[in-house]
Design a protein around this ligand. Sequence first.
Ligand SMILES: [Fe+2]
Ligand SMILES: [Fe+2]
Length: 231
Amino acid sequence: MRFLQKSRIFVKTDPANCSNTIIIIGLPQLVIVKECFFVMNQLYCDIRNYIKENLSKERQKHSIEVSKLAKLLCKMYDIDSEKGLLVGIAHDIAREFQKNKLEIYAKKDGKPLSPWEKKNPVLLHGRAGAEYLKERWNIADAGILDAIRYHTCGRPGMSLLGKILFVADYLEPGRRFLEEKERQKILKTGIDRMVLYVFNKKFLYEKKKGRKILKPSLLLYQELVDKTEGK
Ligand SMILES: [Fe+2]
Ligand SMILES: [Fe+2]
């Protein structure tokens, strides 16, 4: 149940079935709030349907779990939880694109492909996904697009929504490498410490695989170490 205090609208949403129930207590002048909610919810359902038809079962499940956790974290940090739901469901929209399609869409942001991206085109799915969402669903919200664009490696100065998506992508309950007890513990440590936790796990994995850590990840990591140690 979601309560929009000023508008006095109760919204009960079921993301799994793309359904909602709205109870309005007076105040017809606040119809705009209701419309905004419907636009966002409709977008969520359209993207969810696309994912159902175009992505593997495993990735569909992952995307739904990420959207639920991102929504929860948005509520914890008092930002628009519908945005959390949306970035979660859409973040891996380009994850199963072929190399050629990944490169075509990623380059639409006007930036060249780095040598590392050329060597590992899967890293482009954030950039390509943001451009695909812009083109296919006319999404123009820079906060939503950037969260998706940078969800694979992060970047310095990452927004709160971006951090939430980054963390939810790794900590959603379907991830088998994490014990539920540990997951719950990490989710209570604060967003910056959660990001650092995810990076530590990812860096260890990359090291084992003999792969280098990308510069944007290192810069964000250092930024958050300085921030959390300075507290
Ligand atoms: Fe991803
Ligand atoms: Fe993901």
